[in-house]
Design a protein around this ligand. Structure first.
Ligand SMILES: Nc1ncnc2c1ncn2[C@@H]1O[C@H](COP(=O)(O)OP(=O)(O)O)[C@@H](O)[C@H]1O
Ligand SMILES: [Mg+2]
Length: 134
């Protein structure tokens, strides 16, 4: 996968979540995504940004325009150095929350994207990469 452009954002608080949300939309618009597809990647990105702040203790988001096999897409990569996710399958289950959320963020984000990849290590942190192709 080739990276055509990339921007990195800090994720420490809710203002940063808004910035990541807006920037994700900007990347999607720039690729010519329609309003429905924009909303899908923006919603996924904003849920994962919130998790990075709430559960990961803060971290970063890298938003990219990518290209593979002649297709272009938006990739967003979230990384934190938080506690990690002990049971990924459980965390992806709709309705599961270890906090006070609705437990729909992770599973919802996965359904809204074409690619969804989690790497997590207890005590070291979590990396989640999503892609929505044009
Ligand atoms: N970056 C993360 N670091 C550690 N745990 C996480 C992270 N993201 C998600 N989780 C865990 O996965 C659970 C499910 O997340 P989510 O589906 O977004 O629901 P909610 O945010 O409502 O709890 C969270 O309650 C939390 O336990
Ligand atoms: Mg969440």
């Amino acid at each position: 996968m080739a990276v055509l452009s990339s921007e990195t954002f800090e994720l420490r608080d809710s203002d940063h979540i808004v910035l990541v949300r807006q920037a994700t939309r900007r990347f999607a618009v720039q690729l010519g995504f329609g309003i429905v597809d924009q909303t899908k990647i923006v919603t996924a990105s904003s849920e994962l940004a919130r998790n990075t702040v709430e559960y990961g203790g803060g971290g970063t988001a890298v938003i990219e325009t990518v290209e593979s096999a002649g297709k272009k897409g938006v990739r967003v990569i979230f990384e934190d150095q938080g506690p990690g996710i002990p049971d990924v399958e459980q965390a992806l289950t709709d309705g599961y929350t270890s906090g006070h959320g609705m437990g729909l963020g992770l599973g919802g984000a996965k359904r809204l994207c074409h690619e969804f990849e989690i790497t997590t290590t207890l005590g070291l942190g979590t990396r989640i990469a999503i892609v929505r192709w044009k």
